[in-house]
Design a protein. Sequence first.
Length: 655
Amino acid sequence: MRYPAYGLLQTDGSRVSEFTYEGYRIFPGKKRLKALPAVYVEDEGEAETLEIFLRDSVINTRLILSYTIFRDFPVICRNALFSHEGEEPVVLENAMSLSIDLPDSDYDMVTLTGAWARERYIKIHPLHEGVQTVYSMRGHSSHQFNPFFALKRHEATEHTGEVIGFSLIYSGNFIGQVNVDTFAVARAMLGIHPEGFAWTLRKGERFQTPEAVLVFSQDGLNGMSQIFHSLYRKRLARGKWRDLERPVVINSWEAVFMDFTEDKILKIAETAKDLGVEMMVLDDGWFGKRNDDTSSLGDWYPNPDKLPGGIKGLSQKIEKLGMKFGLWIEPEMISKNSGLFRKHPEWLIRVPYREMCHGRNQYVLDFSKDEVVEGIGDAIISVLKDAGVSYIKWDMNRSISEAFSQNRGPEAQGMLFHKYVLGVYRLYERLLEEFPDILFESCASGGARFDPGMMYYAPQCWTSDNTDAIERLRIQYGTSVVYPLSSMGCHVSEAPNQQTFRNTPLKTRADVAYFGCFGYEMDLNALTEDERQEVKEQIRFYKKYRKLIAEGTFYRLISPFEGDEAAWMVVSEDRKTVLAAYYRMRQPSNAPYKRLRLKGLEENARYCMEGKTESWFGDELMNAGMVISDYASGIRSDTTKQGDYQSRIFILKKL
Ligand code: GLA
């Protein structure tokens, strides 16, 4: 009588099933999920898994519900595995990763919603009777909703009270919903979106759902975020780059777009190197005949007019400067005007005898087909092989429409969206295996695929195409509800900003971008000498604190969604070093005294602010707060700190 957690269509048309208990097993550790990203353990002592075995004896389908609990995290991971042993096939029309009935509905639902250039805004609504959902039916996890929601008690705040967080480790169509019935029971579910989903299971076949993650916090939303941060940073992100300090990059996109020559890129790189930047990333426009967005996606070979020595020629020159080289790709896409389209029109997702919609002049390749994933993989590997590429930005710039797998028959259509995502994961896996030293950054028109599934392959993700510092406050603040700072790509760009035309101080732009994987996205040669010195200092600062920023405990202090200011801080695990940031969007007139109350300090330890001689006890800083009026709200004697869009960073050390 409510939305079910699964649905099985049988050959006679019935959808009734009854899975009954057959047994269970408990074992140390946690299994990897076949072909899907998941939280992992490094030794068996870290976790314990319970598997519950169920069976429908009429159709002879088995169901294993798997629950893992962890030694170090207040987390339950849950997935479901269907395996069909009956003679007659069944069609799985719905298979949630998680379904839980909470005995009451006295919660607020917290979601992350948005659009291009304003991703992951925090929205909070009290639960009410009926169904409230977040979802994507776009083929990627989307700008619109994130595969996440939280239920917090009405009285719970940012730092106090009960919160349950729900997150899905998946990058495709999803639904998260809470169904409140007339007896105030709240059923929370999370999994693949059943719209258009129909997975046929023949005898001997299995279906593995993605993994859902449940987090419990008694320390409010921020407490929940801290659990997600450490779980995803330590036990979802993988590979060499998981624990390494991330390079400071200069990305060519907002500097030159597709209008560049090798010389132009080298000139930017030379200046960047001089300022302390560690990696030059060449963004879109290096392949085929691509000079604007109407052509060449799919033609993965360098344009000799722009890069006479190819990728290798450029990367060698960059490496000679003492920097690393990174490259942008968009492997899932195809332009109508491309050699690939002329050769393989059947590789597109489309209904061949109907109009097809473009998005940014491009079309989506059918990654549900092995030959497409293989073919694109071969092309990308031949570009990267021995080319000296140390970083890849993997983009995905449109949603899937007219979902249809050509020449595959009706059964394949219900499998298209999920198989597409499996194809993306498979290609990631192949590239990671082939190039284990490459650092991957995922991207989808900014942050349309900022999800835990991607984090398993790419430890960082381009947070948003909106690089305006003031807009970024909300975007990064919202993103931090689930995702660690070590996963957020954050760059300083020019002013006025290209998306909002807002003029913000260079200092404020850096003060916001420090709280992520830092870089620049502008023509550094256009800077004045003073600005160059400032940038040099910014990079020096970031290098000094990047480990703390990536690995420290993050606290949101003042929400940019609630007024004209924002603040957050990071404290090291040993609570000896603190980096706090305060941002003020609008200059108040004759402002009252301002105190910023910190979090996570040692109550009885003394802390001293860099550049100051006085010290304060931790409890003083946390309960009374530190006066910041002098610095950020503007005193009349110091006009440089006046005006809108100001920021201030505070460094505190335990004595
Ligand atoms: C997307 C990305 C940008 C940039 C462009 C290139 O919009 O989010 O950062 O790479 O594509 O076309």
